[in-house]
Design a protein around this ligand. Structure first.
Ligand code: PGA
Length: 237
């Protein structure tokens, strides 16, 4: 069953800021302290913030009042003999609301667009919102990942724009062109995010009705002060 409340929430009016912590930080106390500082810093802001920590830190960060918690991947199965996998149902039962899927760092490990499509369907089936990352071959990716699916959140995040790969953010013009292209494949109220070297200096330039309705933030989300500043600027949009 699709969780209608969660899906309605995805058609948001506030900017959506998703923090992708990747495989950081190295210990649980640091993760707890980072999340606590962020929670305090964003209290009362008109913005939706989702922290996506490594799986092992999720239980200690929930319940998280001023923000939401998501995961960075999930299986397309709900339970069974799948060693090392984490199911959408498990994440939903913990209290997660979102799951990032098809990140370029996972696609480099062999994840295919067909797998991303299956994972997105499995996430939606239990009421988790899939945040599907699209990179370089927009039309091909959109065709496969959005096939038979209505309630996606999309993130335009070309691998060459990611900060840790020495990247540079795309221009707002490029973001606008890609958003227009993506909208040919999806309902017009589908949220589109931008990801890749987003920080407090450039976040504002990506947000707007014809640009992105939120951002996916990697490196800058691991520095509480920088991330809080980024969220404050997004909230003023
Ligand atoms: P970045 O990472 O903000 O460090 O470029 C974004 C991501 O990979 O999701």
């Amino acid at each position: 069953m699709v969780d209608e409340a969660a899906c309605r929430k995805s058609k948001m009016t506030q900017p959506l800021i998703i923090a992708n912590w990747k495989m950081n930080p190295p210990d649980s106390k640091e993760a707890f302290d980072l999340a606590s500082e962020i929670k305090k810093g964003i209290e009362g802001l008109e913005v939706e913030v989702v922290l996506c920590p490594p799986f092992v830190y999720i239980p200690q960060l929930l319940p998280a009042k001023t923000l939401l918690i998501g995961a960075q991947d999930c299986s397309w199965e709900q339970e069974g003999p799948f060693t090392g996998e984490i199911s959408p149902q498990m994440l939903k039962n913990l209290g997660c609301t979102h799951v990032i899927l098809g990140h370029s760092e996972r696609r480099q490990l062999g994840e295919t667009l067909e797998m991303v499509n299956k994972k997105a369907k499995a996430a939606l089936a239990v009421g988790l919102l899939p945040v599907v990352c699209i990179g370089e071959e927009i039309e091909k990716e959109m065709n496969i990942v959005s096939r038979d699916i209505k309630n996606l959140i999309l993130a335009y995040e070309p691998s060459w724009a990611i900060s840790t790969s020495g990247g540079r953010a795309v221009s707002p013009e490029d973001m606008g062109n890609v958003a227009a292209l993506m909208k040919r494949f999806i309902p017009s109220d589908t949220p589109i995010l931008y990801g890749g070297s987003v920080d407090s200096n450039n976040v504002k330039s990506f947000l707007g009705p014809d640009l992105a309705q939120g951002v996916l933030v990697g490196a800058a989300s691991l520095n509480a002060k920088e991330f809080i500043q980024l969220v404050k600027i997004a909230a003023m949009q």
